[in-house]
Design a protein. Structure first.
Length: 689
């Protein structure tokens, strides 16, 4: 899925064209809500026709919104291709676009791939042009009212002259929403959960607001000479006649709740600054989990039910989770606020927001994180919890005041994506055996090294999960606690009250621990206490920011740890990196040239088939999707202990690794290249060789 660009600020990007067999796949890279974006897609289809490519599939995975002009264009292109003996189909349609195609009946004209409805869909399709079924019969079948109660209401209807549905809603026997869905089935007419994105603001203004309010309607889309109008009273023929007189268009009614109609009219009239490229479907199970003492949960309703800013923030978060983003960056500038997602280690532009919306977005996030919304001069840190797709996701909030406003970074900690099994860390058989051997030790210091975002914490959690048992007292010191684990005593660093790594570690050692995990060794005091703990019968696991395994030895000595103490305490070092793996959707293979086989020492007698990604909408055109880890394991034996005691230089330690034929990070990376998991370019980028 490609980055979404704000139509008002950034010109739309090109349409990706891919030829597969007799079919041509076109993938627009932005919402179809501007003349420029629509024109690009039209030109792409015209180019296909010129080349006699008349079987076209349009991939809408990056299209969050379509306006009336785009809908008309799709129908026009379909007609043109059919006349030439071909066809037009749509694929990867999101829920919002799916509902637009349904209410406009475009799904009856253009085939839509992957449109199978499931139990999570937010709207119920009603078969059009079917024989009407009695309203009372449908109500009884759905168990919304008993036959006895229905007979009573029908008797009341004869006396009062009111409509049956009006009486049921008025007496609160049936909810307004349930009555709308029943009425839709009764009239064989589509109903819509009206919200931003399900109406075209330009078409809404085709009818004066005073007239629309008086008639209780809102125009939502125009398809050629047909005007779709949302109404809560589909039998108000006089209203439709008046609309046709004002607009000169044929009215096609769509059912909607009266409150939603009024709300939508007010939003358009107030010039709501939300742009169409910010409209997403928030899944029905998405909730914000309050972090106060009562642990109440506030359910986030669908877009029609809440503030546009709340809906936009919820949509950004859920999209980041769906796209497997590890971080969300919200960065203000003079002309726009840029929102970027870090996916597989690299930042991609997701969308941009008008600058006047930035303060409201920041305030909403601060409310979710229980922070002071009035404090804009100082950095703030907090935590947000959301519940989506059946599991909780933690977000670490960090704000930093800048020239154009506060920049926000949200670290996404998705427990569903975490790997807490050492056997699933992607280690080679030899490296895994060494790592497990080190974890069997009852005392000593095990260090995991690598830059920020290289998966060090995941490896530590997997190690703790492996050695965790009821017989062991395991204590962790973290900043912050990222994943909560059973039977483990987890403690969080709080620098504002003096609870540093060193302070907590001193007190932890009085708690009779068997195993201590220190989130990171940052300074001399923590390093000294960790080494002393390792020497006094505790197994200590921690992380360091170094480039490789030998760097951990020199860094600890540079921190002031005596070499003779380090040589006795250190059990081993695990260095690691995360590499991007080739996207399975666009993966291609090729035969490695002889010079490459010779350069990397592969077996020359065999043909070696390597792989690369062409780039597709599924992987942001990068050719990579997902990540794997590469490792370098350095076990401290007697020879290395003697070497450490002599306070060796980095060159001496590197020579030791070379003589012992220890597999380096680069060597491990080449194995992944050989197996077709990644590319030489990716390994070189990560290792900086």
């Amino acid at each position: 899925m490609e980055a979404i660009r704000a139509q008002n600020n950034v010109s739309p990007t090109e349409v990706i064209s891919t030829r597969i067999g007799v079919m041509t796949y076109l993938a627009p890279k932005s919402s179809l809500a501007s003349a420029a974006a629509i024109g690009e897609l039209r030109d792409a289809v015209d180019a296909c026709i010129v080349k006699r490519e008349v079987q076209v599939v349009i991939n809408l995975s990056s299209v969050e919104y379509l306006n009336s002009e785009a809908l008309e264009m799709l129908l026009e292109m379909h007609t043109q291709l059919v006349r030439l003996g071909g066809w037009l189909k749509l694929a990867q349609v999101n829920n919002l676009a799916r509902e637009i195609f349904y209410i406009t009946a475009i799904d009856e004209v253009i085939s839509i791939i992957d449109m199978t409805l499931d139990n999570n869909d937010k709207f119920k399709k009603v078969e059009r042009n079917t024989a009407r079924r009695k309203l009372g019969l449908i109500l009884v079948e759905r168990d919304l009212v008993s036959q006895k109660k229905l007979d009573e209401v029908i008797s009341l209807q004869h006396k009062s002259g009111k409509r049956l549905g009006h009486i049921l809603v008025e007496q609160e026997i049936v909810s307004e929403h349930d009555m709308m869905t029943v009425l839709a089935e009764h009239l064989a007419m589509p109903s819509v959960n009206l919200r931003a994105g399900l109406y075209d603001p330009e078409i809404v203004s085709i009818l004066d607001k005073e007239i629309a309010t008086r008639l209780g309607v809102i125009p939502i889309f125009r398809i050629n000479d047909k005007l779709l109008v949302a109404t809560s009273d589909p039998q108000a023929l006089h209203a439709f006649n008046e609309i046709e007189e004002h607009t000169g268009l044929r009215v096609t009614p769509v059912l909607a709740l009266e409150a939603q109609i009024i709300k939508s009219l007010n939003e358009v009239a107030s010039n709501n600054p939300l742009t169409s490229d910010l409209i997403f479907d928030v899944e029905g199970d998405f909730e914000v989990v309050e972090t106060n003492v009562t642990s109440d949960q506030i359910t986030i309703d669908e877009l029609a039910a809440g503030s546009p800013i709340i809906n936009m923030v919820n949509s950004i978060i859920q999209r980041a989770i769906n796209d497997r983003a590890s971080d969300i960056h919200i960065e203000p500038s003079r002309n726009k606020t840029l929102i970027r997602f870090r996916i597989d280690g690299l930042l991609y532009e997701a969308m941009s927001v008008k600058p006047e919306l930035h303060p409201a977005v920041i305030s909403r996030l601060k409310v979710m994180a229980n922070l002071d919304i009035s404090e804009r001069r100082l950095p703030q840190d907090g935590r947000i919890q959301v519940y989506t797709h059946g599991h909780e996701v933690d977000l670490r909030f960090s704000s930093l005041p800048g020239l154009h406003g506060e920049k926000i970074v949200l670290r996404v900690l998705d427990k569903n994506q975490s790997i807490l099994d050492v056997n699933k860390l992607g280690m080679s058989v030899a490296n895994l055996a060494l790592y497990l051997k080190m974890l069997k030790r009852t005392h000593g210091l095990i260090l995991v090294t690598g830059p920020t975002g290289s998966g060090k914490t995941t490896s530590l959690y997997a190690a703790l999960n492996h050695i965790n048992s009821i017989e062991k007292n395991i204590v962790t010191i973290e900043d912050p606690v990222e994943y909560q684990m059973e039977i483990i005593n987890q403690n969080e660093v709080k620098g504002n009250v003096g609870l540093t790594f060193a302070t907590i570690l001193k007190h932890v050692l009085r708690q009779d621990p068997d195993i201590v995990m220190v989130g990171e060794i940052r300074e001399q005091e923590t390093a000294e206490i960790a080494v002393q703990a390792a020497l006094t019968g505790h197994l200590v696991l921690s992380t360091l920011h170094t480039n490789d395994s030998v760097g951990a030895v020199t860094r600890m000595i540079d921190m002031g740890i005596e070499p003779y103490l380090l040589s006795s305490a250190l059990v081993g070092v695990l260095a690691q990196r995360l590499i991007r793996t080739i996207c399975p959707s666009c993966k291609t293979s090729f035969i490695a040239p002889p010079e490459m086989i010779e350069r990397y020492g592969w077996e020359e007698s065999k043909q070696i088939r390597l792989a690369r990604g062409r780039g597709c909408p599924e992987c942001y055109d990068s050719g990579y999707k997902g990540r794997a880890s590469i490792h370098e394991v350095l076990e401290v034996d007697q020879d290395l202990q003697k070497l450490i005691m002599a306070n060796p230089s980095r060159d001496v330690l590197s020579d030791y690794i070379s003589r012992r034929d220890i597999k380096t990070l680069y060597d491990d990376g080449l194995l992944h290249v050989h197996d077709g998991d990644t590319t030489i370019e990716e390994i070189s980028r990560v290792i900086n060789n």
